[in-house]
Design a protein around this ligand. Structure first.
Ligand code: FES
Ligand code: FES
Length: 168
């Protein structure tokens, strides 16, 4: 069974017909040419496919495209370009927050979603004082980014990059 859906992807309104079993990740990569989100595990374990859906981070391999009909999807590709990087992209560059780069589009989107969650006061597993505003401590970043794996193990630099971007 097929279904026709409309998504706004990185600012462009796109309409596409997909099998109803198609994930958002496959719709983006295979039908819409948006290849920034990567297919690492295809089962919600690595975070490489993370995109922002209406501003919230989503592992796109776990979401059916038809369930996202009408939403706004932002991938790392839509954040900035080589001439004008998004502050989060620039921070990853400044701090060597990557080696092979495979996980980076997902890391960048997840970091932006995570900062928004922090700013809205949502606690994490390591938030000690639930009555206080969560702070941007390294352990908060590590916990909130724990769904994004990096096989190159650039974790220390990723934390530093997120701290820089948060100040920007
Ligand atoms: S590809 Fe989606 S979490 Fe790994
Ligand atoms: S930079 Fe290689 S997997 Fe993260």
């Amino acid at each position: 069974m097929e279904s026709r859906i409309t998504l706004t992807v990185d600012g462009d309104v796109r309409t596409v017909t997909v099998d109803t079993r198609t994930t958002l990740l496959d719709a983006l990569r295979n039908h819409l040419g948006a290849t920034a989100p990567k297919k690492g595990c295809d089962r919600g374990q690595c975070g490489a496919c993370t995109v922002l859906v209406d501003g919230r981070r989503v592992t796109s391999c776990l979401s059916l495209a038809v369930a996202q009909d009408g939403v706004e999807v932002l991938t790392a590709q839509g954040l900035g370009d080589q001439d004008e990087l998004h502050p989060m992209q620039q921070a990853f560059l400044d701090h060597d927050g990557f080696q092979c780069g495979f996980c980076t589009p997902g890391q960048v989107c997840s970091a932006l979603g995570m900062l928004e969650e922090l700013r809205s006061g949502r606690p994490s597993y390591v938030t000690a004082d639930l009555d206080a505003e969560p702070e941007l401590a390294a352990d908060e970043i590590r916990e909130r980014m724990s769904g994004n794996l990096c096989r190159c193990a650039a974790y220390v630099n990723i934390v530093a990059a997120i701290q820089q971007a948060a100040k920007a």
